[in-house]
Structure formats: structure tokens, C-alpha cells
Design a protein around this ligand. Structure first.
Ligand code: G6P
Ligand code: MN
Length: 439
């Protein structure tokens, strides 16, 4: 049985991930679960909830809660990483500062994602170093930390040999919705997909060898990538703002019907629409703080008082997916999953060393990307511009370069002019002074 450490143990996602683990103990046996966080007070609030989830399924799994890296990682076989540098208070800044300048306010797309990248790359590398120092030599770090595209590129540059697999639940969430629409379990879908994280397209959706994309296209033309009543999405994506996000796939496919876009492309392809519908004083960060966060903290409180744990956390593809990936790594299952990997020719007309999101067979030595061939000029061009923006941001972080940061902001499709880029960057430098390297 494995020792698993969850870095970012105080996340509101932790109970859902642990619940997914408990549902899969036969496939992924566990001797110990350790929570590690630098915010010990937050982690101590969540920990009793996590412990209860474990004890409902197992008396034998050891449970450890710590702020000490050595205790957290010694001998660990797996590390699940989900850090949020600056927490929701900084997510709020990532979203509100661009909006103040009339630009999309989003935690991973546009200037918000770039700012979050500048905060996260170096702490992520620190976490990798600590894990490598103490964990089992064959340990895998499975990383959900955002902004995943930039974090993946930063890790590739700074720790190219680390056993880190970067993942995102968005493609698999899209597959869940496809399955719900088609009436097929998502595990029965085999998809082709190319792109960068939060910036890609599905090109085929096979069920028993038959491409069901034409059928999905007809459905999306009416409802977006959601079932008609939206009821079959899991709770993580049931908020009205997420429902809108899934529905917004429709206008993109109305214009470019060939491939099915990752929903995040709406921020790059129709930024004006998005900004027009965003409230600059109340963004997604506020929704999450007042929704998901409050609900779980209240449940923790209630559990402490009454011993009864209200059903207040999300169990869905987010937790299921990371467990699937870990199983495939652990037992060399070679399952096909959409993950973030070094390109190495998988997308023939993108750079060999770009960090791309494509299907890969997950072996115990890591992902083996599947070849998606060359992509059309339109998509290649969008991808190259986004890639350049993200790579410059990584270089800005490593070199402490203001100029490269400004180039990264200017190249981002959500940013209309270099003057916008500079104004936003300067506001962000002030807001991030406790977190960014000196530019
Ligand atoms: C999806 C994305 C994540 C992102 C999350 C935000 O799951 O894959 O990268 O962090 O959405 O969701 P939230 O509910 O916090 O806005
Ligand atoms: Mn993601």
C-alpha cells in the first residue's frame, strides 16, 4: 500500500479527492494519507472533515496532518500537488485588476493567469525539491496546481528531470458532459485532442470506434456542451457561471464548427462578450469564497459541533481523474488520458519542446504522448501566440525581467494594446509585491 501526500492539504478540494481515493481503495491501496500545507490553520479546519471521510471507509489508513515538509514527504510514493499561491484573496486581484482596464478577468487566462504564473513557478519548484529530497526515489508528483500551462513550462525549464505529471480536469470534465449528452459513460469515450492547457480542441470523439462528434455538434448548436437541463454536470460545474461557460461553446462552434473547443477558448476568442458580462466588483473569486469555501467551512464547523458531517463537498471528475492517473502511473496500466506533456512531435507543427495537452498513455515511467499530426494554420497560429506569451512569462519569472513580462502580457490575445499590457502589469506588480520575484 502507498503513502500519499497531498500538498495544499487545506484546499477545499481535498475532501473530494480523498473521497475519490476511498472509493478506489481496491485499485489504489493506501497505507497513509498525509496533508501538508503552509497555511496550517486552514488545513487544521479541513483536516477533521478529511479524517471523517477516511474513517467512513477505513480504520487502518494512517492519517497525518503537518506543516513540516520532512514529515509530509518522507518515504511518500505519490504527491498530489494543488497549491494556490496567494489564496483566493490574490485570485480576486488576478480577476479584478484586468477588468478595471476593460480586459478579461480570469484566474488562468489573460493577465490574471500570467500574474498567477509569476506567483507560482518558484514555489512549485521549491515543493518539487522538498518532495524529491524526502520522498521515495520513484515517487510521482501529480500536479493540479494552476496556471497549469505556465507551471508545466516553468517546471520543464527549471527541473527538467523531475517526476512531475501536470494535469487539468477540464478536458475530462468536457468528456463527462459529452458522455452525459450521448448517454455513454465517459470512460467509453476515446478522444483526440490537441492544444495547450486551457487552450485546445477535441478533433474526434470515438465511442466503440464510431466518431460521435457530428451528433455532439448538433446538440451544441442548441445547448452548448451541456445536457438540456444542465443537471448531469457534477457539482463543481453546476454554478450559474459555469453553466454559462459550458453554454458559450455554442458561439465558438457556430463560427468554427470543425473541432470542439476547450471552454477556456471563449476568453481568447470573444473577450469583449465576456468582459461585458463580468461584474468588475464581484468576480468568480468572490463567488467561490462566498459559495464553495463558506459551505465547506460551515460544514467543518457543524461537524465539530454535532459530529454529523453535512454533504458539502464536491466528488466528481476532479477527484476521480487524479486517482485514475495515479493508478495508471502506479501499476503501469498505460491508460489513455489527456495530460500536459512535452510535445516531442505529438503536434507536428508546434515546437518539439513545447508543453502541450494531448492524449498520452500513462506508464509507470510517465506519459507517452499520442501523435495528433499537424494542426491547421489557424489553430497553429493561435497556439504559437499563446505559447510565446506563456514562455515569455516563464522567462520573465526566471530572469526577473520586466521587459519579458510586458511582452508576455502584450502577446496575450485577451490584451488589446501594449498600453493596456503595461497599465495592467504595473498594477499587478504593486498588488503582487509579497509574491513576485523582483522585475
Ligand atoms: C476547472 C479548471 C481548473 C480551475 C477550475 C476553477 O476545474 O480545470 O483549472 O482552477 O476550473 O474552478 P472554480 O470553480 O474555482 O472557478
Ligand atoms: Mn485546469
Amino acid at each position: 500500500p502507498f503513502i500519499l501526500s497531498i500538498a495544499g492539504g487545506g484546499s477545499t478540494y481535498t475532501p473530494g479527492i480523498v473521497k475519490s481515493l476511498m472509493m478506489r481503495l481496491e485499485d489504489f491501496p493506501l497505507a497513509e494519507i498525509r496533508l501538508y500545507d503552509i497555511d496550517e490553520s486552514r488545513q487544521n479546519t479541513i483536516a477533521p472533515v478529511v479524517e471523517k471521510v477516511i474513517r467512513d471507509h477505513s480504520q487502518s489508513i494512517k492519517f497525518t496532518v503537518t506543516g513540516d515538509p520532512e514529515t509530509a514527504f518522507s518515504g511518500a510514493h505519490f504527491v498530489f500537488a494543488q497549491m494556490r499561491v496567494g489564496q483566493y484573496k490574490m485570485r480576486e486581484q488576478d480577476e479584478k485588476i484586468p477588468l478595471k482596464h476593460g480586459v478579461v478577468g480570469q484566474e488562468t487566462c489573460g493577465p490574471g493567469g500570467l500574474a498567477y504564473g509569476l506567483r507560482t513557478i518558484l514555489p512549485m519548484v521549491e515543493l518539487i525539491d522538498m518532495a524529491e529530497r524526502y520522498a521515495d526515489k520513484k515517487a510521482w508528483i501529480v500536479n493540479y496546481s494552476n496556471p497549469a500551462a505556465i507551471v508545466a513550462e516553468g517546471v520543464r525549464r527549471l527541473r527538467p528531470n523531475a517526476r512531475v505529471l501536470n494535469i487539468c480536469d477540464m478536458p475530462v470534465a468536457a468528456m463527462r458532459n459529452m458522455g452525459a449528452i450521448l448517454g455513454v459513460d465517459r470512460h467509453k469515450l476515446q478522444v483526440d485532442y490537441f492544444g495547450l492547457n486551457h487552450f485546445g480542441w477535441f478533433t474526434r470523439v470515438l465511442v466503440d470506434g464510431e466518431d460521435r462528434l457530428p451528433e455532439l455538434r448538433r446538440h451544441i448548436a442548441r445547448f452548448g456542451l451541456l445536457t438540456e437541463d444542465a443537471a448531469q454536470t457534477d457539482p463543481q460545474h453546476a454554478d450559474p457561471s459555469w453553466v454559462k461557460t459550458w453554454r458559450n461553446i455554442k458561439p465558438i462552434m457556430d463560427h468554427f464548427p470543425e473541432y470542439l473547443p476547450n471552454p477556456y477558448l471563449q476568453y481568447y476568442l470573444m473577450p469583449n462578450d465576456i468582459v461585458a458580462h463580468q461584474d468588475p466588483n464581484y468576480t468568480r473569486a468572490n463567488e467561490v469564497m462566498n459559495g464553495r469555501e463558506k459551505k465547506l467551512f460551515a460544514a467543518a464547523e457543524e461537524y465539530k459541533r454535532s459530529g454529523i458531517l453535512p454533504d458539502a463537498f464536491h466528488v466528481g471528475v476532479h477527484g476521480a481523474f487524479i486517482v485514475d492517473v495515479a493508478c495508471s502511473l502506479a501499476f503501469d496500466l498505460r491508460q489513455r488520458h489527456l495530460v500536459i506533456v512535452e510535445n516531442k512531435g505529438a503536434i507536428a507543427n508546434l515546437p518539439y519542446d513545447a508543453m502541450v495537452e494531448v492524449p498520452a498513455y500513462i506508464t509507470s515511467e510517465g506519459p507517452e504522448p499520442v501523435r495528433m499530426g499537424a494542426v491547421p494554420l489557424f489553430h497553429q497560429t493561435l497556439l504559437m501566440q499563446q505559447l510565446a506569451s506563456e514562455q515569455l512569462l516563464v522567462e520573465a519569472t526566471i530572469e526577473g525581467s520586466y521587459e519579458k513580462a510586458l511582452q508576455a502580457f502584450t502577446l496575450n490575445r485577451t490584451v488589446p494594446t501594449m498600453q493596456h499590457a503595461k497599465a495592467i502589469l504595473d498594477d499587478m506588480i504593486a498588488a503582487n509585491r509579497d509574491y513576485w520575484p523582483q522585475l
